[in-house]
Design a protein around this ligand. Structure first.
Ligand SMILES: NC(=O)c1ccc[n+]([C@@H]2O[C@H](COP(=O)([O-])OP(=O)(O)OC[C@H]3O[C@@H](n4cnc5c(N)ncnc54)[C@H](OP(=O)(O)O)[C@@H]3O)[C@@H](O)[C@H]2O)c1
Length: 263
């Protein structure tokens, strides 16, 4: 194997590289970015090979990871031009469909898409992967194996990847934590206790579900005595439109992903 080459050395590349290093990934990790300071930081922290020249980076690749923001993908692909060696290219760009990528860079490059999260930094992430019909089994295995190093992997059809993207973000946890802790402070808790109580309130229950095989309904039943305080709080949230508000938010994310697809 030659190298895995990341194009874009920002947030998600930093998290993925950290997770790969934790997993004792042995192949050479090359990162190309237009900011020399980001390359220097990644080299210092994760022993990557910093490559400021795009074409030199590409020549080293047999696995290529597109990790620039969706708005920058088309220009990056134009700058790449055509690649003559067989490469498996994985786009992390939210919303941009395989057909757009395949139209810009053709065989022998083989495309896949993946949607990881910064949780891969600690190897506890989840990555959705999606493949075009006809992608050889060896290429699929290579992509699955890469992300399996940094957490769970789920293969889903491309038609559902945007729905996965808006649902699976570690930002949901942080956002809920900030909202719950903020409300807790306003009703009387000090900031530190509010954050700790809110973090446990969210994480303890979710870990119980994730690590066991008890349904969400059963867990809610156990945690909220009918007529009790937890049940009263949940009912008040539901009356205020909690479920509808979350759905509207996800639909806004889906619309954003569709806009990315149009470029
Ligand atoms: N962050 C996440 O949690 C996450 C999770 C899953 C998927 N993704 C996807 O991963 C991609 C990257 O997200 P990110 O949050 O890591 O973005 P980011 O922090 O902005 O990193 C992207 C980096 O690539 C650089 N770049 C852009 N175009 C370039 C080019 N043509 N040549 C060289 N360098 C270039 C950017 O420089 P400039 O700042 O100058 O543009 C920036 O340093 C996005 O498409 C996103 O949808 C992100």
């Amino acid at each position: 194997m030659k190298a895995i080459v990341f194009l874009g050395g920002g947030r998600i590349t930093s998290a993925l590289v950290a997770g790969l290093r934790l997993s004792c990934y042995r192949a050479s990790i090359v990162v190309h970015d237009r900011h020399p300071d980001k390359l220097r930081a990644l080299k210092r922290q994760h022993r990557i090979v910093a490559e400021p020249d795009l074409q030199r980076a590409l020549r080293q690749a047999d696995l290529l990871v597109i990790a620039v923001r969706p708005s920058g993908v088309a220009q990056l692909l134009r700058d790449i031009g055509q690649i003559d060696q067989p490469v498996v290219a994985i786009s992390l760009a939210a919303g941009i469909p395989l057909r757009n990528l395949q139209r810009q860079i053709r065989a022998p490059v083989q495309w896949a898409r993946a949607m990881p999260s910064p949780a891969c930094r600690t190897q506890r992430g989840l990555t959705a992967v999606t493949f075009p019909r006809g992608l050889p089994a060896a290429a699929r295995d290579e992509v699955r194996a890469l992300f399996a190093r940094v957490g769970d992997v789920r293969e889903i059809p491309e038609s559902r990847l945007d729905a996965f993207t808006v649902t699976y973000s570690t930002s949901h946890g942080y956002h809920a934590l900030a909202a719950l802790a903020g409300a807790a402070e306003r009703v009387g808790l000090d900031r530190k206790s509010a954050l700790i109580a809110a973090a446990h309130g969210l994480a303890d229950g979710i870990l119980l579900w994730r690590d066991g095989n008890i349904s969400v309904q059963e867990l809610v039943h156990e945690a909220a005595t009918p007529g009790g305080i937890a049940a009263t709080v949940m009912e008040a949230m539901d009356k205020a439109g909690y479920a509808g508000m979350v759905e509207r938010a996800l639909r806004a994310g889906l619309a954003r992903a569709k806009a990315n697809a149009k470029g």
